[in-house]
Design a protein around this ligand. Sequence first.
Ligand SMILES: Cc1cc2nc3c(=O)[nH]c(=O)nc-3n(C[C@H](O)[C@H](O)[C@H](O)COP(=O)(O)OP(=O)(O)OC[C@H]3O[C@@H](n4cnc5c(N)ncnc54)[C@H](O)[C@@H]3O)c2cc1C
Length: 405
Amino acid sequence: MNHDLTSRQQELLDLVDRLGREKFAPRRAEYDRTASFPFENYDDLRENGLLGLCIPEAYGGLGADFETYCLVSQQIARYCGPTALTFNMHSCAMMWSGRLADDLPMDTEQLDRHERRRSEHFARVIEQGAIYAQPFSEGSAAAAGHAPFGTTARKVDGGWLMNGRKIFASLSGAADYYGILCTEDVPGQKPDMRDTLYLAVPKEADGLEINGDWDPLGMRATVSRNLIMKDVFVADNMQLMPRGIYFQAASAWPHMFFTLAPTYMGIAEAAYAFTVSYLRGEAPGTPPVKRRMFPTKQITTAEMYIKLEQMRALFRRVIGEAKYKPSKEERLRTYAAQFTIMEGANDMCRLGIRTCGGQSMLKSLPLEQLYRDSRCGSLMLPWTAELCLDRLGRETLYEAGERDD
Ligand SMILES: Cc1cc2nc3c(=O)[nH]c(=O)nc-3n(C[C@H](O)[C@H](O)[C@H](O)COP(=O)(O)OP(=O)(O)OC[C@H]3O[C@@H](n4cnc5c(N)ncnc54)[C@H](O)[C@@H]3O)c2cc1C
């Protein structure tokens, strides 16, 4: 028992630890080799109620708060990174329209409508085991939060008509609903980020198509292909957040974009754990040869341990600080944590491979996949490593509104 955790958090982590060891870890390499979606892992998540992790208890979910979600996601990633990353897309759709939306100012009419709509979304997950994806990226400045989304939705009778294209749609072909961010197309008006809509498109919708190859370096089992929408009709009740609320959330609840980091925290933990067991001659699937007596290996393991503790400390602090309207210091710390974890995870794998040696990069051992999967973390928008540096560089030196004329 870790005394920093509540008994509920510990219970969930123990459950995921068991699923991870018995189910996810043995399947990991095959999903990676074939770049195929981990359907069996999702069956296990569903059977154990975890698809409802971020759905409030009042709607039949497990009611996890932000911190608990992050801890569970990290634990999944210790056994299968792509399962954790895709689980993030699903869980965020639930969290954003659930607990997170509760913090945002809405009038009574918006609240009533949102309540009705989200209870339908939650019921799809709890009663039918539905999976939600979160395709935002378009290959433009939109996913970085610097421009309106090019995917548009025009109001029509009873709903919206959606047109556009998304890239890197994780869970493509596996999700039942695609939670799509798009810009309201108001005739005669310039596209505006404040008019961002968040609509769930059912997989069988007419005009929705998945295309493109998927044969990437890492995170292969996420199956992140392209989505094309041509005059897709989306009914009014498919809104995941009321009009205008996503824009408010993105600025007032910035930790909502930190939810990808737990996956890479879990990968860093896994790289460290493998390195220790390999050097002790205890890694499953390897001969019992000890390599721990060499001082250089001890130094690298010490270096990895220090790095991991630094990452863990920042991670635990930041997930505990997540809230509506955090202070500037808390927000900047979140960018620093994102950068540290996304870059750190790949560095941990690099050190692990260097010190374990040539055999550790064979595909029969997990470190090779961890190395490739970890490379993807700092590429994830809106908080890529570059964009975190960009924001930190500017905001550490300038207060809001300051200029050099
Ligand atoms: C395995 C995997 C799964 C993914 N799953 C999803 C998903 O489910 N949903 C989803 O929406 N996306 C997903 N993505 C996409 C991801 O979030 C990024 O959108 C994608 O990696 C961006 O690729 P790009 O080459 O188009 O980046 P570009 O937009 O071309 O950017 C390239 C780099 O330039 C920098 N940059 C971009 N804009 C700016 C700017 N305004 N100022 C300064 N620097 C900037 C960034 O550092 C960025 O990394 C996934 C990506 C991967 C690798």
